[in-house]
Write a protein that binds this ligand. Structure first.
Ligand code: NAD
Length: 551
């Protein structure tokens, strides 16, 4: 791509901008493109198929230039990865407002999106790629760990020890699966068609070993399972071929899921296509490729349903593979559930979701200090303690040191305020950027994923993420984004994100308190509105005002 070059966020306390709010946006944009963080940085692709941080390198340069001179009462507007204006606002306003990949309903499909993208008019922002708060695979690790812990609790007596999980996709997000399974003491067989993806996960210590063949993988898996020893095994191949083979062999698989890039049929390798021809084939014959990819996904999902029929715990891991298989004519595609209604919804109803922070100093010691602060703040939270300790031992940072954990309503604001105090007192070397995934309790409408099977049938109502973005703007977030199509693809989701910078000032303390109260508060009110009792209980206990329940 013209203008491509290695990018790395500055470290330390010397500002390259006029203030820490702008500096944070600059560093996090650059951090998203750090080769340690991004999957294909030369193409500005961060993760999730083609999720980008900037539309093209000219737009990237213009954003950097603008952030370097942006004042405390100015706001940069970003339209699908390109800075399009700077407006005078005020110090409580976000320094950056972002809208990525949004299309009007009837036009919201991949074909139209790609036509516009080819004209240079838009880009795919995924969730945290175009909103500059991707922190590498760790970002998804904790959510994946929570999900597998919930699977263990539901079916296997609270542990995955003695079980084998079968999955595919070892990319930016999917690469978290092997470590999440072994953190829950299980065995994982992980298929990917890209040898680089397997090597990268081994390098980053997310994956333990690579098997020479499918038989070898199965042998390693059963030995480890019988010894109740955690082990993750990578195996090279096409999932649409290997899953049906494993099913036919009667492989003793307990849990099946998938995180190939099925949300984008041009990023899923069709059966019979060699991996090294994938990119050119997709570019030259997109319609043909899409058709074959969908047909292959139908074979893949059919095998997943076969494992379900044989008694395995099977779930869709948020990549829309069921929807694509259905488009190819497979009529049992939705026989197994999505992971949100199956395991995550109870957390969402309480305003719980992925809370993350990055140390702008670049100093890992800052994260170690915040880890200790979290344990001190929430001593009664056993799963948080287990996660923070495991993460400290096993997670290798990518780019700026960062941490993630799931916190609920009434917790995130306490953590944020403590962090701001730690910056103010000089305990931390520099400010923290505090944000989250768009996959959160009140920030997304996505009927195949986060809002699948809502109690009141409101799955496709997209007012909630828009209200979420507006409330974050009104509460003092440092940057706010509204995206379309993240996770599950064009036409299937609308979602919002926020990042708020704890720079140690009193003003930042106030902003952090309000944003980190109101942002998860959206999750509580969204689920109260949909009729979830557990959300009502949280609202009542913690004083979340719901006008329709007053008077
Ligand atoms: P990615 O593009 O970085 O990685 C996808 C991987 O799938 C690649 O390594 C690719 O080689 C592999 N692949 C493609 N076709 C294959 C095939 N036929 N057989 C075997 N391997 C194949 O994407 P990612 O960031 O890892 O995300 C994966 C999917 O998960 C996306 O659809 C994404 O939207 C979804 N996702 C889910 C969650 C969640 O919480 N559940 C979160 C983020 C993303």
């Amino acid at each position: 791509m013209p203008g491509a070059r290695p990018v790395r966020a500055p470290r330390g306390t010397k500002l390259n901008t006029l203030g820490w709010q702008q500096e944070a946006a600059l560093r996090m944009l650059q951090n998203n493109l750090d080769p340690e963080v991004a999957e294909h940085p030369d193409q500005l692709v961060v993760y999730g198929g083609t999720g980008k941080a900037a539309r093209d390198w000219r737009s990237y340069d213009a954003m950097v230039r603008t952030l370097q001179t942006l004042k405390q009462d100015e706001t940069m507007l970003v339209q699908s990865g390109r800075p399009v204006g700077v407006m005078q606002t005020h110090e409580w306003a976000p320094r950056v407002l972002i809208a990525n990949s949004n299309l009007v309903g009837d036009w919201a499909n991949w074909e139209e999106f790609r036509r516009l993208e080819a004209l240079g008019l838009t880009m795919y922002g995924q969730m945290t790629a175009g909103s500059w708060i991707y922190i590498g695979t760790q970002g998804i690790l904790q959510g994946t760990y929570e999900t597998f812990a919930a699977v263990a609790a539901k079916r296997f007596g609270g542990t995955l020890a003695g079980t084998i999980t079968l999955t595919a996709g070892l990319g930016g997000m999917g690469g978290a699966q092997p470590l999440a399974v072994t953190m829950n003491d299980g065995v994982a067989i992980c298929i990917d068609c890209d040898p680089r993806a397997i090597e990268r996960r081994i390098e980053h210590r997310y994956l333990d070993v690579r098997a020479d063949s499918l038989d070898h993988a199965l042998q390693l898996a059963t030995e480890a399972r019988d010894a109740r020893r955690p082990l993750s095994i990578g195996v090279l191949g096409n999932a649409a071929e290997l899953l049906p083979r494993l099913l036919a062999m009667g492989a003793p698989i307990d849990i099946v899921t998938d995180q190939t890039s099925a949300h984008d049929p041009l990023a899923y390798l069709p059966l019979g296509v060699p991996f090294d021809e994938m990119a050119s084939y997709a570019a030259e014959k997109p319609a043909d490729f899409t058709l074959r990819a969908r047909e292959s996904m139908a074979r893949h999902v059919e095998a997943m349903v076969g494992f379900m029929d044989a008694g395995a715990e099977v779930f869709d891991y948020g990549n829309s593979i069921r929807g694509e298989a259905q488009l190819a004519g497979y009529d049992r595609a939705f026989a197994f559930p999505g992971f949100v209604p199956a395991y995550i919804r109870p957390l969402f109803t309480e305003g719980k979701g992925p809370f993350r922070w990055a140390a702008l100093s670049g100093d890992p010691a800052d994260i170690a200090k915040t880890d200790r602060a979290m344990l001190d703040l929430f001593p009664e939270n056993e799963s948080l303690r287990r996660w923070i300790n495991l993460a400290g031992e096993r997670v290798q940072f990518q780019g700026l040191p960062a941490r993630i954990c799931w916190l609920g309503y009434g917790e995130r604001d306490r953590a944020g305020e403590r962090f701001n105090d730690m910056v103010a007192s000089g305990e931390l070397a520099a400010p923290l950027a505090i944000g989250r995934d768009h996959l959160d309790c009140g920030s997304v409408a996505s009927p195949y994923r986060e809002t699948e099977a809502m109690l009141d049938g409101s799955d496709a109502i997209a007012d909630w993420p828009l209200l979420n973005a507006m409330v974050n703007v009104a509460s003092g977030a440092s940057w706010v984004s509204i995206h379309h199509g993240g996770g599950v693809g064009m036409g299937r989701s609308i979602h919002a994100g926020q990042v708020t910078v704890a720079d140690g000032t009193a003003l930042a303390g106030e902003k952090v308190r309000r944003v980190l109260t109101n942002d998860p508060g959206m999750g509580v009110i969204r689920h109260v509105d949909a009729g979830y009792d557990s959300a009502e209980a949280v609202a009542e206990a913690r004083g979340v005002r719901i006008p329709m329940q007053e008077g």
